[in-house]
Design a protein. Structure first.
Length: 345
């Protein structure tokens, strides 16, 4: 238990016919207050008005709909620990699935999952690493950018966090915090993609779980959700033009669904040399679920439907299979990737 406290104390294949095009603003421009000029393109399907409205309604069950820029992408005060006695053998479990969809001929999404559990006098907590990346920039450039990002992030986290846990060196005051390590991992991926794939880019959403704490790093518009019996909470904030305009009360959800530049991202890996990375920490209540997904899922399946589906199945893999099936039933115009992690309890 002492080691756990020390660890947690460190941080509070050919191109398909295009649908709609996604673009990125380059050179690290500030968050926009008006529509920018598109630079890098990626096929993308816009959310429907019905799904946007349903999404807003279901999110309010877990928390108020954000209206300011700090609502997403910030670490809130962690709730008190819930007293739960785990049964022998209860561990972190997960399911995952990535699908090309119904329109595209190659999958530009990438994902990575790793769970480690142990039983010894060292009292090491369960560890999980989960990554979802959604590539952009053309048939090969997008898939390469996403693949490079997941690989670099995984290697960096394993080297800086997992090996530190095994070496019992996490209490070293000179070590970077977990959130700092995640930011460094994303920056290293950004450097590599910028150099090796100049016409490509990718989103990335990362979750590192240690014990009952989830450390999340995020760039772009892939998402992380926290799901409990009470509702669904979107943890991450989309780095898109329409999300920014919604937050500034310049656009409604209905208008966003039809906005001519609804596919613009102002922040993504491969866009500029320096990168601002959101870092968020959440405590995972017993029996809660953490979901990471690309926009190929959340654009087509409302948050209310996602929550109902997650609550209906006990097996995380069954949930992933069903959610991807739902997205494909709605046309599947984009690649679909989802990881669902279930906390023990």
């Amino acid at each position: 238990m002492n080691l756990l406290r020390r660890i947690l104390g460190l941080s509070a294949n050919s191109s398909a016919a295009p649908a709609e095009e996604r673009v990125m603003i380059t050179q690290g421009e500030p968050e926009p207050t008006h529509p920018p000029e598109p630079i890098i393109e990626k096929p993308r399907q816009a959310p429907s008005v019905a799904d946007s409205a349903s999404s807003q309604a279901s999110s309010s069950k877990a928390s108020e709909t954000p209206t300011d820029l700090t609502a997403y992408g910030q670490t809130r005060q962690l709730p008190p620990l819930e007293s739960v006695v785990l049964l022998p053998g209860q561990r972190l479990t997960f399911g995952q699935l990535s699908d090309v969809g119904m329109v595209r001929s190659n999958n530009q999404d990438a994902m990575y999952s790793l769970v480690a559990s142990s039983s010894s006098s060292d009292d090491l907590p369960d560890f999980g690493l989960f990554v979802v990346a959604d590539g952009m920039g053309g048939h090969h450039d997008g898939e390469k950018a996403a693949a490079i990002t997941t690989r670099i992030v995984a290697r960096y986290v394993l080297d800086r966090i997992v090996l530190g846990m095994l070496d019992q060196a996490m209490d070293d005051p000179d070590r970077a915090s977990i959130s700092e390590v995640l930011r460094e991992a994303v920056q290293q991926a950004n450097d590599t993609v910028t150099e090796e794939i100049p016409e490509g880019g990718t989103t990335v959403t990362i979750a590192v779980i240690i014990g009952d704490l989830a450390y999340i790093a995020h760039v772009g518009d892939s998402r992380a959700y926290l799901l409990t019996d009470e509702g669904i909470e979107r943890i991450t904030r989309d780095h898109s033009l329409v999300q920014r305009l919604i937050e500034l009360d310049q656009l409604t959800l209905e208008e966003a669904a039809e906005h001519p530049q609804r596919n613009v991202l102002y922040r993504a890996i491969g866009q500029s040399e320096s990168l601002d990375v959101d870092a968020i920490t959440r405590r995972l209540p017993p029996r809660s679920r953490l979901m990471l997904c690309s926009d190929g899922l959340w654009n087509l399946v409302s948050e209310q439907t996602i929550h109902e589906t997650v609550m209906r199945y006990s097996n995380p893999q069954e949930v992933c299979n069903k959610l991807v099936e739902m997205a494909n039933e709605r046309g599947g115009p984009d690649n679909i990737t989802v990881i669902l992690v279930q906390a023990p309890g």
